[in-house]
Ligand binder design. Structure first.
Ligand SMILES: Nc1ncnc2c1ncn2[C@@H]1O[C@H](COP(=O)(O)OP(=O)(O)OP(=O)(O)O)[C@@H](O)[C@H]1O
Length: 527
């Protein structure tokens, strides 16, 4: 009977625990999807992994065991106490004589427990982040021959964690052992009182023996309750860290699909700051963009240029609504972005960034993400247009190659072209290319430019490029400087009117000439 009940309660408890874990992870993932993308990207991978996997996992053990074992550990002493009361109330209270002594020492231990546990969690989180950083940055560590100093940082974090844990243990073990030794020693109370009651004839020998046996079972289970204090803290911390993500502010999401008058984009007096506390966001020095007024007409090719850090990518991300603007308004086809449901916005815009993430599925499926309904032929046509068909064909498994396996073997340019193929397949009316062709070699660049021209025919194209030769035929070039518009015009107009653009162009032409002459020298030397 005991085995059956234990099996049933444990199965039930494990089932509920894993359901709670699953729902916590699903809710975090949902919240991450609803939060502004920029906010999510600002979180470190180490922290996200720590909370979603490790921290949530830590609560499985207490959840799965606290219910069946905790209940039996509580019920058993209550029943034993009641039975002892039934035999003789004095024996019942004598069995609890060690409880106040142990309670005092536990109370003393608990005085600093919260603070110690908080430091323990901080130290544990630090170790986690250092490990993830070490693994993520292994390429840089090796390149700059920093293995020993990075390993030192890694080792120091682990050592500090070990020292902290041992220090905490050392400071508590005497009192902890004392309490654990005293609490179950119920015979301290029951032997003298039991002997007295026996001698005075109040208890018979069988009752006395029964009391001695029962009192051994009253405090033992209670001691395991001390473990639950620790477990309860684990749950509290996991819930606290999970809530931080569950409370991420979600982007306002309109429910009604909207009708765009056209696919032109308008920035009306837009200012933006990355500062999260709203009181900091308004201050001028925190603003990355200041009073931007722009019009990207439908079906035209607009390029954004400017020095590094001038805010080009920020403008692109605001159109894709990675964040909401701090002041002003952005609209597409006369509809303010906030009124466009997020799924409709995602279908309206193709955003190809500098970081081209490939999922660990086949290259065919990676490209098909642009349009899940596309046939294999359509995927291959997009790959051809994006100049990635040839290198994919050369891979051992061609389009079936898993991106996770070949990802490390693909060059930056190849990954970028896969991302462009995805965007081609998506066929959205607004296309944003953020340095999307930056890694392309000269041989492929021309082909890719032609493909992009085909992709973007009659679409609103918005390109951020450092290589000005790729955007000199844009309908409109916007020069950005320190978060403000310096000038707007065609390539030729800007060469006449904008000093910053002229300098950038001269620097670009100079760099191109230098690159061409060094290539020529190389050819000459090889020849
Ligand atoms: N996620 C972020 N959180 C906080 N500040 C950011 C973030 N992204 C960019 N910034 C800051 O905003 C400013 C503009 O950055 P942005 O990436 O828009 O410039 P950019 O012109 O695209 O630069 P680059 O040409 O080097 O890519 C920079 O000062 C940058 O440090």
């Amino acid at each position: 009977m005991k085995i059956i009940s234990h099996a049933a309660s444990t199965t039930l408890a494990h089932h509920s625990a894993y359901q709670i874990l699953e729902s916590m992870r699903v809710r975090i993932a949902e919240r991450l999807m609803k939060a502004p993308l920029g906010t999510v990207q600002n979180e470190s991978v180490g922290k996200l992994k720590n909370v979603m996997i490790d921290r949530v996992e830590t609560i499985e053990l207490p959840l799965a065991h606290i219910i069946p074992e905790g209940i039996s550990n509580l019920l058993l002493p209550i029943c034993v106490f009641a039975y002892l009361l039934f035999i003789d109330w004095r024996m019942a209270f004598a069995a609890l004589i060690t409880v106040p002594i142990a309670a005092i020492s536990f109370a003393y231990l608990m005085k600093s427990f919260n603070k110690q546990y908080a430091s323990y969690m901080e130290s544990s989180n630090h170790v986690n982040s250092v490990i993830v950083e070490y693994v993520e940055g292994i390429e840089v560590i090796k390149t700059f021959n920093q293995s020993s100093s990075s390993y030192e940082k890694f080792e120091q974090a682990i050592q500090a964690f070990k020292d902290y844990t041992l220090g905490w243990f050392r400071s508590t073990w005497k009192l902890m052992n004392f309490s654990n030794a005293v609490l179950p020693s119920t015979l301290l109370g029951t032997v003298p009182i039991g002997m007295y009651l026996y001698q005075t004839g109040i208890l018979g020998p069988s009752e006395l023996a029964m009391c001695f046996i029962l009192c051994l079972g009253i405090v033992g289970p209670l001691t395991s309750f001390t473990l639950f204090v620790n477990n309860a803290k684990t749950i509290e911390y996991a819930v606290m860290e999970v809530s931080e993500f569950l409370q991420l502010e979600a982007l306002e999401n309109a429910s009604e699909q909207v009708q765009f008058d056209h696919y032109g984009v308008i920035f009306h007096d837009v200012s933006f700051s990355y500062s999260t506390p709203p009181q900091d966001a308004g201050s001028a020095q925190n603003k990355v963009l200041r009073s931007i007024n722009l019009t990207f007409p439908e079906g035209s090719f607009t390029a954004l240029v400017g020095p590094s850090g001038s805010g080009k990518s920020t403008i692109a991300k605001l159109i894709a609504r990675f964040w909401d603007v701090t002041e002003g308004e952005i609209s597409i086809g006369n509809v303010p972005l906030k009124q466009v449901p997020l799924d409709q916005l995602a279908n309206t815009i193709s955003y190809v960034s500098q970081d081209n993430f490939l999922f660990n599925c086949s290259l065919m499926d990676n490209i098909r993400l642009g349009n899940p309904d596309a046939t294999d032929e359509e995927v291959i046509a997009a790959a051809k247009a994006a100049c990635c068909h040839d290198f994919i064909e050369q891979l051992e498994h061609g389009y079936d190659s898993l991106a996770g396996e070949v990802g490390g073997k693909l060059s930056g340019g190849e990954k970028q072209r896969v991302a462009i193929a995805r965007a081609m397949l998506k066929n959205a009316p607004i296309i944003i290319l953020d340095e999307a062709t930056a890694f392309t070699d000269p041989e492929n660049e021309e082909k890719l430019q032609q493909s992009i021209a085909a992709l973007t025919k009659e679409k609103s194209l918005f390109v951020i490029a450092h290589r000005l030769s790729t955007i000199q035929h844009a309908d409109q070039i916007i020069v950005l400087n320190y978060g403000q518009i310096e000038s707007t015009g065609s390539h030729n107009q800007l060469l006449q009117t904008c000093e910053l653009y002229r300098h950038m162009w001269e620097a670009h032409i100079g760099a191109k000439a230098w690159s061409a002459s060094s290539n020529a020298k190389e050819v000459h030397a090889n020849g």
